[in-house]
Design a protein. Structure first.
Length: 249
């Protein structure tokens, strides 16, 4: 009897693990603008106070995103659900172009984004992040997650990631990946932006990770993108303006 129970337990564990090898993760991405502005040393005290007053104590904006994943790759994009400001202003217009596809087998990535009203397409190989894995653990959406940290030197960000070891997929939201488990949560600069998984749904992936057939935009590699981003941020710093009104924080 004990052997039967053991076999059933092993089967259930194996089935649960296998079921987690492909699916879709639903995330909420919350930006706290007062906290974000506080990280920008080039904004004056008056600017920060004026923007905090403008928000009137309700400074958070929420976006909804999806991550389709398999062992072979991932695709991160906006959900069809309206974000908080679209709901507030009854917005029915076009969402900006955005999507990040990673092919782990071919070691390649394709990213589509908009910046200052222009569409760009990044095509390059995957570049490893210099992750530091820490000892802390916590529960995110029902999964015990380990903590890791990385620095973004261009945007001046300290990024904390929480990854689920029971889902051995090295994918994640935004531009982050490369950990020994699916990234379930991101904390950027001590809560300026929080990206959190709310639900994981098993899904047999078919065409969900296909890029749009009609992609138009200026093509870049990763190095060119970083150079463009660095120059843009430096220009905004000289103007004492927040660059993250126009680019993703």
């Amino acid at each position: 009897m004990k052997n039967v129970i053991t076999l059933i337990s092993l089967f259930l564990i194996s089935f649960a693990t296998h079921a987690q090898q492909e699916g879709v993760v639903r995330y909420t991405r919350t930006t706290y603008w007062t906290k974000l502005n506080a990280t920008l040393s080039y904004l004056s005290k008056q600017q920060k106070e004026r923007q905090a007053y403008m928000f009137g104590g309700r400074d958070e904006s929420i976006e909804y995103t999806l991550l389709y994943f398999t062992e072979k790759g991932s695709y991160y994009k906006y959900s069809d659900q309206l974000n908080s400001w679209e709901e507030k202003y009854d917005y029915n217009g076009r969402k900006e172009a955005f999507g990040i596809k990673r092919d782990f087998e071919k070691n390649s990535m394709n990213e589509v984004f908009e910046m200052s009203g222009k569409t760009y397409i990044i095509e390059d190989s995957l570049k490893a992040f210099d992750w530091k894995i820490l000892n802390d653990i916590k529960d995110v959406a029902g999964h015990i997650c380990m903590k890791a940290m990385v620095q973004d030197t261009i945007k001046k960000q300290k990024i904390i990631a929480w990854f689920a070891q029971d889902i051995p997929i090295n994918a994640g939201p935004e531009r982050l990946y490369g950990l020994p488990g699916l990234i379930m949560e991101l904390d950027i600069n001590d809560g300026a932006v929080i990206v959190e998984a709310t639900k994981i749904e098993p899904l047999k992936i078919a065409s969900e990770m296909d890029l749009p057939k009609k992609l138009k935009g200026k093509k870049l590699n990763e190095l060119s993108y970083q150079d463009m981003l660095r120059k843009y941020i430096q220009e905004k710093i000289k103007e004492e303006q927040n660059p993250f009104w126009s680019i993703r924080y």
